[in-house]
Design a protein around this ligand. Sequence first.
Ligand code: SD4
Length: 309
Amino acid sequence: HASLPLVINTWPFKNAAAAAWSALQSGGSVLDAVERGCARCEMEQCDGSVGYGGSPDESGETTLDALIMNGDTMEVGAVADLRRIKNAIGVARAVMEHTEHTLLVGESASVFAENMGFIAEDLTTNKSVNIFSEWLKGSCQPNYRKNVSPEPSKSCGPYRPKATWKQSKRARHANIHAHDTIGRFLPADTESAFLSRVGDSPIVGAGAYVDSLAGGAAATGDGDVMMRFLPSYLAVELMRAGVDPSAACKSAISRIKRHYSEFFGAIICANTTGHYGAACNKVPGLDKFHFMVANSETNAPVLKSVDCF
Ligand code: SD4
């Protein structure tokens, strides 16, 4: 059963879906609805992984990524590694509506935001301080979702050289110069700089994509892996070719599985007639993927789920 308009979002973030749905009901534009829904999660820190106080970076600071896209005009606004501004989706929209650019990053994104009137504040919380100090101690911290065991090499403790680096120049350099501190920080080329990790969310076609002539898609999960496959773009292109949304989502997940069978992630998509689908990679801790749907049939957000494969 399909009907339009449609609100669909990853995870059981019901209040986000409700905020987007009510924006549409009160005559707001689709962009207003998307912005309201995302902003709701930024305020509520949905799942602890969205908004301020979420997964801190290697210096202990929480930085945010966001993207918004207009499927009629193909305009995009995005921010990555945004600092000190809670309302990342609002800044992304300002990038789209007030600049010729697509993606602003880091400190200059924050300066742009402040010039646009967004309030600068500390994004650190007690929780993010705790996550950071546990990480420094080398304890496991799930980066993405509660209840999902992290990949040990990825989420437990400070970065160490990957196995494949062991014979590499970098690792040799680290062994010679870093002494016993090798376990503490990644021996990078620019020694004093911390990594500015950017996820898939602000990357067009990776975290999200929409074309009003074909459909829209959004991905969630391990963005470091998922962004290598542009899964949202792939799902939209498959729908353009006539593939139904569930199959399109499955294909996008399968493409990633071929190389990373254990990756953590899911994708949702919907076509121009309001048919929607979802798919996820089955890993320990992710058997079923939950998402929210609101359309003129349901008239309110309804929890949906799909079995992972
Ligand atoms: C990231 N994909 O930064 C994001 C995290 C996430 O919904 O799951 N967002 O890798």
